[in-house]
Every structure is written in structure tokens, then in C-alpha cells.
Design a binder for this molecule. Structure first.
Ligand code: SAM
Length: 259
């Protein structure tokens, strides 16, 4: 459990999907307004952490996966010293963490909150976020917007190609496929299976598979969670281009803690 993306972390940064390429400008804008240190929960390989540190912010990342953090560590070591020294990270669970500092911005990008499938985990996370925010600080949370008939439409025996990428480091071609193995509508959990097919230059192929369990949330459920845990929702969007909530594939909430 502690090593999510055990087999597939090394392919993570090849993801060039819309979401993975559109959210950075959004996070840059809010962190520039707040100025102070940033906490990124579920920071993974540093896709967001590193650009924010390059923009001048002190950033602390927390992630449960040793495999993802090992890649972040490798990337951080290659950075210029003045950027490197602005980044720190710890292996830990965003559902229960205690750090010795407060932050002016806390982010949970790329739908990572959905890995918290139980209410106890969600509650633990939101309580900890609140404890770690400076007064007047901001919390930005992203989950996907479920299809209105997700219960009927999600499960499928077929796999589909999400993206194909060329890995410049190895010369390999990586094809990511996903299979929608199972949905538990009562607990609102989907079980996607991600397979990375790696084709070497000599044409040989290997596959690596990881399973995920993701809780899906309707907007009113996130709104209720945030409000009952002491946050005021200042903005809510349907994607990172600021479409109204409900009119895009994402749910993005920008909140401040109540006094
Ligand atoms: C989709 S990736 C997002 C990584 C990064 N934030 C980004 O935007 O590219 C999800 C990350 O959530 C992490 N994760 C899942 N459950 C977690 C938990 N309970 N505590 C901390 N990290 C967790 C995974 O290890 C993975 O790195």
C-alpha cells in the first residue's frame, strides 16, 4: 500500500494529457499571489513541485509512494543549488500528517484526493490541511467531475489507449492503456487498471500494470466536506481554464480556512 505506482512510476512524467499540461499556470498564479511557502500533498514526481520552486517558492511535498519520491529525488539532485534548496519532501500519508511549519498555500493537484477512499481518510486530510495553513492561506483541491451516469457507464471489459509517448531517455515507445475493471457505486469507488506497454527500439515489448482505487465525488459532496471542515469556498471551477463548475471535466476548489 505504501508504494503506489510501484511498477509504473517511471512512466508518470511522460503523461502529456490535457490535465497534466493545463493546471500548472493555474497553480503558478495562485502561489504567486500568496507568496509564502507551498505544501503540495501527493506531490508524486514533482511535476508541480519543481516548477513552483523554479518560480521562486519554497515547496514541501508529501507522498506515500517511495517509487514516485525516488524519481522526484533524482530530479531535484539535478537542479541548480538555489532551486534545489527551496524543495523538501517527506514520505507520508496525506490523510494524517504533522509537519513543523505552516504554509500560505496547500495544493492537492491531479485528483490525488480521490485516492482517499474512506471518509476517515478524507476527514483526516482536511483537518491536517487546516492545521497547516497560515491564517488567510489558500487550499486548492482538484477532483474529476463524474459522468452523470457513471454507475451505468463506467465499467467496461475493453481497454483503451490513453496516450502514446516516446521516452527520450531510453528511445522506447510507451503506450498507456487503462481498463475500467470495477465500480462500487455504494462506496463511489472506481478501480482503474493502468497498463504501460513498453516497446524497445528492437521491437520487443514488456508490460507493467498497476491498480488504483479512486473515490469519485459529486460537487455537493466536496462542497459539504470543505464547509464542514472549516473552509470557505472562494472559487469553484470546471477546469483549469476557469469554466463554471459543472461545465468542464474537473472540479477545482479554491478555499480559505475559516477563522
Ligand atoms: C496522480 S499522482 C499526482 C502527482 C502530482 N501531484 C502531480 O500533480 O503530478 C497521485 C499521487 O498521489 C499519491 N498518493 C496517493 N495516496 C496518497 C496518500 N494517502 N498520501 C500521500 N500521497 C498519496 C501517489 O503516490 C501519487 O504520487
Amino acid at each position: 500500500m505504501n508504494n503506489l505506482f510501484l511498477r509504473t512510476a517511471r512512466f508518470y512524467d511522460l503523461d502529456m494529457s490535457d490535465l497534466a499540461t493545463h493546471d500548472l499556470a493555474f497553480y503558478r498564479r495562485y502561489t504567486a499571489q500568496s507568496g509564502g511557502p507551498v505544501l503540495e500533498l501527493a506531490c508524486g514526481t514533482g511535476r508541480v513541485t519543481i516548477p513552483l520552486a523554479k518560480a521562486g517558492h519554497r515547496v514541501h511535498g508529501v507522498d506515500l509512494s517511495q517509487s514516485m519520491l525516488a524519481i522526484l529525488d533524482e530530479k531535484v539532485r539535478r537542479l541548480a543549488p538555489e532551486i534545489r534548496e527551496r524543495i523538501s519532501f517527506t514520505e507520508g500519508d496525506m490523510a494524517e500528517f504533522a509537519l513543523r511549519m505552516r504554509f500560505s498555500t496547500v495544493l492537492i493537484p491531479f485528483r490525488a484526493f480521490q485516492a482517499l477512499t474512506s471518509f476517515e481518510q478524507q476527514r483526516g486530510c482536511l483537518q491536517a490541511v487546516k492545521r497547516h495553513l497560515e491564517p488567510g492561506g489558500r487550499f486548492i483541491l482538484n477532483v474529476f467531475l463524474p459522468h452523470p451516469r457513471i454507475m451505468q457507464t463506467w465499467e467496461s471489459p475493453d481497454d483503451r489507449v490513453d496516450w502514446v509517448a516516446h521516452d527520450p531517455k531510453t528511445g522506447e515507445t510507451i503506450t498507456r492503456r487503462s481498463r475500467r475493471t470495477q465500480i462500487d457505486p455504494g462506496r463511489q469507488i472506481i478501480y482503474p487498471e493502468l497498463t504501460f506497454e513498453v516497446t524497445a527500439q528492437d521491437g520487443s515489448t514488456r508490460t507493467f500494470t498497476d491498480q488504483l482505487a479512486l473515490r469519485y465525488f459529486y460537487p455537493y459532496q466536496i462542497q459539504t466536506l470543505l464547509i464542514t471542515h472549516g473552509f470557505k469556498i472562494e472559487e469553484e471551477w470546471g477546469d483549469y481554464r476557469r469554466s463554471p463548475l459543472g461545465e468542464g471535466p474537473e472540479q477545482v476548489f479554491v478555499c480559505t480556512p475559516n477563522a
